[in-house]
Structures are given as C-alpha cells and as structure tokens.
Ligand binder design. Structure first.
Ligand code: PLP
Length: 387
C-alpha cells in the first residue's frame, strides 16, 4: 500500500464529492443562464454551493465568485484591483517573497505594465513582520497581497494585522488562502480582508475549480470578458459539476475541520519528532508555530532532495520537494531562500503534507523507512558534490 504524504500538492476527491459531482454531471447539465427549468436547476445547485463556500470563509453568499482555479482567483484579485486602482494614481503593489507562483508571476507581469512592486522579506521562520509592511506602504499603494499559509513550510501569516495596516493607508488587502481553506478556520470579516482566494482540489474537491471571496463594495474590473455570469464578475458558462464539488467539499470541511486538524496535528508532530530524532542531520525548516496542522518541511544534510524523493517513492511514500509546481527542476526553493537558509539546505528539503487518509501506521512506516534510506543515499553521494 502506498502512503500519500503530498496533500499540499493536491488531495484525493472525497467520495461524497465524487458522488454529488457525478449526479450533477448527469442531471444538472442545463446552462445556468437559461431561464427554463433545466437552467434553473443548474443555477440552484450553483447557489447552494455558493452558500457552503461563503460559510467556509465567513462571507456573504453574494460575495463568492467561482473561478477555474486558485491561480485564476489570484490573477482575478490582483489584476482586477490593479486595473481599477491604476486610474486613481495608485500604482504601487506589495506582496511577499514567499508567495506561490500564481501571485509572484502575476505581480511580475504587472511590473512590465509600469506598476512598482515591493516584496516583503520573511524572518528565518518564514513569517512576515508587520513592521516591514509599515515601512514600505504609502498612500500610492493599491494592493497588499500576503498568503494566509505557505504551501511549502505551512507557516501562517498575521493577515489580520497586515490587513489593518493596508486599510489604514487606503489599500486593498488580498490573501491567497489556498493552503488554509478547509484546514483551519477562516473569518474574512474578523480578519478585515477585501479578497481571498481558494482552490477546490486542496480540500478534497475537484481540480480546475476555485473561488474568490470579494468583499461587497470592492470595485473590480472583470478579469475575463464575455457573458454576464457570476453577476458580471466572471464570464464563461459555469462548470456546474465542478462548482457542486467545491460546494460539497466546503460543506464537508466545515463539519470535520476541527477534528481532522487535531488528529493531523498529532500525526504531523509524531512524524516530525520521529524524523528529527532518528535521522542524523535532519532539521525542520520554518517556525513550528503558527503553522497549518498538516505540514512539515525537513532538510536532510548532504542529501539532494530529488534523490530522497525518488527513493521514498520507490519505497511507496509520496512526498514533495519544494512546491509541486517546481518539482522536477533543481532550482532551490524560493521560500527557503527567502528565509535565508544556507544554499545546501535549500536543496535538501522534503515537504511532508498529511491528509485525512493518513494513519498512525503510515507515520510509523515512514519513520522506519527514512533513516536507512538517508544513510544509503549519503553513502552514494560524494561529499561536497554538487553543492
Ligand atoms: N496558491 C497556493 C498557495 C497554492 O499552494 C496553489 C497550488 O499549489 C495555488 C495557489 C494554485 O492553485 P490551483 O492549483 O488551483 O491553480
């Protein structure tokens, strides 16, 4: 039996989600924009999903816009806000050095259009200091975008405090909550946010579906041009089955999140402690807290992470080195680099991200398998080789 420890890359679709999506695909095939019975059935299913997604993040139903992915939600939030605010003379954008590529590359694209972008640093634990934002924000800042939790190391950012600073300067605040939705409670109102992105496939829903929570009153230019779907905010005929899948995943997460989080935290801590105490030269990357309960990132001295990843895969364990999008390349993790870790350590890190199917036995197996595998790889590696 293989052990899947890569839930931050994607999660398996929950059986209830697959069942409801299957039914939606067969029965709710009407176009939600049609006024007849078939269209209205599809629209009702979308609206039902919208209530669950809104409840998951503490927003209003009318504030949820469905998209094709977390990536699209990030693009929509950042480009939409930049487009509206450019006309007001606000051409400064702020984010952090540890964002996902969906955010970083969107800001990069905006610099080519004349926007000035400041990336905030993080400390050695992977956390943004609110004073760093205070130091750089001005009345020309249009938008601040800081991820809720990092996908590689799991650290949680002080988004409430950061959002308050943005607000005091008249800037909008967006957070990429792709790695927290369904894992820890989110309350967009208590946090004082303007926009928040989520993605279905990180919370046991389908791939290719996401949502943007957009606070009522925030003016945005639609990111896609076309029809008037999603109250004129996102053109394109809705992916009804996918949206039903996201809604079901959100509904399930609301019911199980607290219990799952505590169970996963215990398993994660057991895994982390087991590895750090049994494998020589193993060190955790990133602060222990605040951190999402399912994630640990560990560097193994004198080991190339790709070799360990492949060795673990051959032994039946699925893990990741850095973020999933950059696996397969030998580029050091930009997150670990931003934390100031030594170059060698940035190339020897493995992310273990747990999920609902993981058991005590899985964790015991990986703790047992790692020490001999690491020693074997070290014996094959020329000391000081590539690094
Ligand atoms: N943001 C973060 C923090 C992520 O971890 C991911 C996926 O890895 C994304 C955005 C992109 O989401 P999607 O895969 O739905 O495009």
């Amino acid at each position: 039996m293989r052990v899947y420890l890569d839930h931050n890359a994607t999660t398996p679709v929950a059986p209830e989600v697959a069942d409801r999506m299957d039914r939606a695909a067969r029965e709710l095939w009407g176009n939600a924009s049609s006024v007849h019975h078939f269209g209205q059935q599809a629209k009702a299913a979308i609206d039902d999903a919208r209530t669950h997604v809104a409840a998951l993040v503490g927003g209003e139903t009318s504030e949820i816009v469905f998209t094709s992915s977390g990536t699209e939600s990030d693009n929509f939030a950042i480009r939409g806000a930049a487009d509206v605010l450019e006309a007001t003379g606000r051409t400064h954008l702020i984010s952090t050095a540890i964002e996902h590529e969906a955010v970083l590359n969107t800001f990069k694209a905006l610099t080519r259009r004349g926007f000035r972008v400041t990336l905030l640093p993080v400390d050695a634990g992977g956390i943004v200091d609110p004073d760093a934002l205070r130091d750089v924000i001005t009345n020309e800042t249009a938008l601040v975008s800081v991820m809720h939790a990092n996908n590689e190391i799991g650290t949680i950012q002080p988004i409430g405090e950061l959002a308050a600073i943005a607000k005091a300067h008249g800037a909008l605040f967006h957070t990429d909550a792709v790695q927290t939705a369904g894992k820890i409670p989110i309350d967009v109102k208590a946090f004082g946010l303007d926009m928040l992105s989520i993605s279905a496939h990180k919370l046991y829903g389908p791939k290719g579906v996401g949502a943007l929570w957009l606070r009522k009153g925030v003016r945005m230019l639609p990111f896609m041009t076309g029809g008037r779907q999603e109250r004129n905010r996102r053109a394109g005929t809705e992916n009804v089955a996918g949206i039903v899948g996201l809604g079901t995943a959100a509904q399930l997460a609301i019911g199980t999140m607290a219990v799952d989080a505590e169970r996963l935290r215990l398993l994660r801590d057991r895994l982390e402690h087991g590895v750090l105490t049994t494998v020589r030269g193993a060190e955790r990357n990133g602060a222990a807290e605040p951190r999402v309960p399912n994630t640990t990132n560990i560097s193994f001295d004198r080991i190339e992470s790709e070799s360990l990843l492949i060795g673990l895969d051959l032994d039946g364990f699925a893990v990741s080195s850095g973020s999933a999008c950059s696996s397969g390349t030998l580029e050091p993790s930009h997150v670990l680099k931003a934390m100031g870790l030594p170059h060698a350590r940035t190339l020897s890190s493995i992310r273990f991200s747990l999920g609902t199917s993981n058991t005590d036995a899985d964790i015991e197996r990986v703790i047992t398998a790692l020490p001999p595998l690491v020693e074997k790889l070290r014996s094959l590696t020329t000391v000081g080789g590539r690094r």
